[in-house]
Design a protein around this ligand. Structure first.
Ligand SMILES: O=C(O)CCC(=O)C(=O)O
Length: 262
């Protein structure tokens, strides 16, 4: 009897039928991808996403952002701060291409950096920045930020930003992230202190329409321990004092901090 088709072929056919984007866009690494290991566990992949992939992510994020529980509250204002919307969702409820683009960046980073652990992303946080204001310094120490030392995988789309990462000696490294770049921090860098120092709304890819101008970040996390609790983490509205205190008190090796929307 002739052997059946190999599993990959079956998988590919299923992907073609149910998700043509995943099939057509994500089999290959973006041709210009350029990997730099900034430190063990901290990897920058320039041009991790091709232009069609960037557009695909932007279109999908904007579509999700317009939905209920998208980037805005019922009164029309952004749900994270005055000019930033956020969506926290499990990857199985997001377009399949999200997960495959994340996994591809992880595999590229793991090839170059033996300190980079694997990541099977359970959740993605999408941030939509519509002003030059970024995000304050913090470590990803909360229960929804990801288990163990699996990497946080950050894909940037749209306007550029200056991303800050602090090393063990407290020195700040500034990384200019452009549309299509990926930054991963895992293993020894999983809890690295980081910030979005500035969003550059005057530096956008040619394909981005002026009326859609924003920076989108897709941060993937392996956080199976909070699966099913997405509604709880959808709005990360905690008291500023609580946030500052938890950030100040947390020490490497400490448990993840649960979020009770204090
Ligand atoms: O938007 C970004 O690029 C960073 C997001 C971030 O630091 C976070 O969600 O913890």
């Amino acid at each position: 009897m002739a052997p059946g088709p190999p599993l990959m072929t079956v998988t590919t056919i299923i992907a073609m039928i149910f998700d043509t984007d995943a099939f057509s866009l994500h089999r290959h690494q973006s041709p210009q991808a350029d990997v730099t290991v900034l430190a063990p566990g901290l990897v920058l992949v320039r041009n991790a996403l091709s232009e069609p992939e960037q557009k695909q992510l932007a279109t999908q994020a904007q579509r999700l952002g317009r939905r209920k529980n998208g980037f805005r509250k019922a009164d029309g204002t952004y749900n994270a701060d005055a000019a930033r919307g956020r969506i926290y969702e499990r990857t199985t409820l997001l377009p399949r291409c999200f997960r495959s683009l994340c996994m591809r960046a992880v595999s590229v980073a793991m090839k170059e950096d033996e300190a980079m652990p694997s990541c099977e992303p359970s959740h993605c946080l999408i941030n939509c920045y519509t002003s030059t204001k970024g995000l304050l310094w913090h470590r990803d120490i909360y229960a929804n930020d990801g288990d163990d030392d699996h990497p946080i995988v950050n894909l940037s789309v749209g306007a550029s930003c200056i991303f800050g990462v602090e090393d063990d000696r407290g020195h700040t490294r500034k990384v200019h992230l452009r549309s299509g770049d990926a930054l991963l921090f895992g293993g020894p860098q999983r809890f690295a202190k980081h910030a979005v120092l500035k969003v550059m709304l005057d530096e956008t890819p040619a394909w981005m329409r002026p009326e859609d101008c924003c920076r989108l970040s897709f941060t993937f996390r392996e956080a199976w321990s909070v699966l099913g609790q997405e509604a709880h983490y959808r709005e990360f509205q905690t008291a500023r004092r609580w946030f500052e205190e938890t950030q100040r008190k947390w020490r490497p090796g400490g448990a993840l901090v649960s979020v009770d929307h204090a």
